[in-house]
Design a protein around this ligand. Structure first.
Ligand code: FES
Ligand SMILES: [Fe+2]
Length: 365
C-alpha cells in the first residue's frame, strides 16, 4: 500500500546548513528515529540518539556546557561530541558504566544541506546523498519554504511530484492547465551514487504558459523541457528550461528554474516537506522587472503548495479504511510514480533481509 512505505537506510535532509548555527541543539524525528542534532564549536554537525541513556529524557531539552559537553536536563549526565558519557553527577567517584553512551548517526554536509542517515550505520556506504549543486552555487539565486509538516506518508508527495497531470484541475489557473496534462511523457530510470532514480521528461513546443510560469520565466508561448526526477527516497528534483517558441536550445534566450523538494519521513503517516527553488541570478519576473523571479516565486507559489498539501492530507485519510475490494487504477502517465513506488517498497523489503553489502566508492553517471 503506497501510504505505508518507510525506508530507513537512506540519507535524509535534516535542514539547510544555515539552519544549524554553532552549539544549538535541535530535536528531529527522521524515519521513526528520534535524534538530537547540533553543530559543534568546531563546525561539524553531529547526530545522536535523542534519548538519554539514563531514563530516555530527550537530550535536545538539555544544554551544551563548557567543553562542548551535552548535559541532560533531567539528572545531568554529560556526553562528549563522540556520544560517550563523561560525567554522572550522582557518581562523585567518577565511575561511568561502559554502556553509558549514545548511538551516533552518520551526518554529511553537501550542497548547503545537512543529511542524516537514520538507518543501520553498517549500510551507510551503500549510497551517497544525491548531488544538488544549484543550491549552494552563487550563480543561482535560491530560496526555500523552510520545513513544512505534512500529515501524509512521504510516498504520496513523491507520487504527486512525479505526476504533473494533476496540474489540471488541482493547479488550474496558477501553474497548470488541461493542455499540460496532455504533453507526451518520456520515462527514464537508473542508478547514481548508489541511489535508484526514476523520472519523467516532457518536451513541449509552442506551449502557452499558465500565468505563474509566464511571470517567473517572462515568456508567454515557449518551447519547454520539463523534467521531474525522484533522485532517492529523500529528494525529488524538478527542472524547467524554456525558450521563446521556435528558439529551443538557443542559450541566449534560455530561462528556467530548478526546484528541489526534500521529503523527510517522520513516520508512516507524517513527513517534512521542504521546497528549495533556484533560478539563474538576475532572472527578473515579468509583472515587475524590478524584482527577482525567485522573490516573486516565494510570494505566489505558496498557493500551489497549499493545494498539494490539501490533496495529500485528504488522500492519507482514505488509507485508514481497509481496501475491501478497492482497486487503484494506473494511467499511462503514472508509469514513473508506479516505478518509484516499486523502488521504495523494494528498499524497505531489503531492510528486512540481510543483503550483501555493496560499496560505491565512485560517482556513477
Ligand atoms: S534521564 Fe538523562 S540524566 Fe537521567
Ligand atoms: Fe502539485
Amino acid at each position: 500500500m503506497a501510504a505505508d512505505v518507510l525506508v530507513k537506510n537512506a540519507w535524509y535532509v535534516a535542514g539547510r546548513s544555515r539552519e544549524f548555527p554553532i552549539q544549538q541543539l535541535r530535536g528531529e524525528v527522521i524515519a521513526e528515529k528520534p535524534l538530537v542534532i547540533w553543530r559543534t564549536a568546531e563546525g561539524k554537525v553531529v547526530a545522536f540518539d535523542e534519548r538519554c541513556c539514563h531514563k530516555r529524557m530527550p537530550l535536545s531539552q538539555g544544554r551544551l556546557i563548557q567543553g562542548g559537553l551535552l548535559e541532560c536536563a533531567y539528572h545531568g549526565l554529560c556526553y562528549d561530541v563522540t556520544g560517550r558519557c563523561v560525567r554522572i553527577p550522582s557518581h562523585p567517584d567518577g565511575r561511568i558504566p561502559p554502556q553509558a553512551r549514545l548511538r551516533a548517526f552518520p551526518v554529511a554536509e553537501q550542497d548547503g544541506l545537512v543529511w542524516v542517515w537514520p538507518g543501520e550505520s553498517g549500510r551507510v556506504e551503500t549510497a551517497r546523498p544525491p548531488r544538488l549543486p544549484e543550491i549552494a552555487d552563487p550563480g543561482w539565486a535560491t530560496a526555500d519554504t523552510g520545513p513544512m509538516p505534512v500529515p501524509a506518508n512521504s510516498m504520496l508527495l513523491i507520487e504527486n511530484l512525479l505526476d504533473i497531470t494533476h496540474f489540471y484541475p488541482l493547479h488550474d489557473g496558477n501553474i497548470g492547465d488541461v493542455e499540460n496534462s496532455r504533453i507526451p511523457v518520456r520515462f527514464e530510470e537508473g542508478t547514481r551514487d548508489g541511489n535508484a532514480y526514476v523520472g519523467t521528461v516532457r518536451e513541449a513546443r509552442g506551449y502557452r504558459q499558465p500565468p505563474f510560469l509566464e511571470d517567473y520565466l517572462g515568456y508567454d508561448v515557449v518551447d519547454r523541457d520539463h523534467t521531474h526526477f525522484m533522485l532517492s527516497p529523500a529528494a525529488t528534483r524538478v527542472e524547467m528550461r524554456v525558450w521563446p517558441a521556435g528558439r529551443h536550445g538557443d542559450a541566449r534566450f534560455e530561462r528556467g528554474y530548478v526546484i528541489v523538494h526534500t521529503h523527510t519521513p517522520i513516520d508512516r503517516s507524517n513527513h517534512i516537506w521542504r521546497l528549495i527553488v533556484s533560478m539563474p541570478a538576475g532572472q527578473k519576473c515579468k509583472s515587475d522587472p524590478s524584482r527577482s523571479a525567485v522573490e516573486r516565486f516565494m510570494e505566489t507559489f505558496p498557493a500551489v503548495i497549499a493545494e498539494d498539501r490539501w490533496a495529500l492530507e485528504k488522500q492519507q485519510q482514505m488509507f485508514k479504511y481497509p481496501d475491501d475490494g478497492y482497486v487503484e487504477v494506473f494511467l499511462r502517465p503514472d508509469r514513473a510514480l508506479r516505478r518509484a513506488r516499486e523502488i521504495l517498497m523494494g528498499l524497505e523489503r531489503a531492510e528486512r533481509t540481510v543483503a550483501p553489502q555493496q560499496h560505491y566508492g565512485v560517482t556513477e553517471t
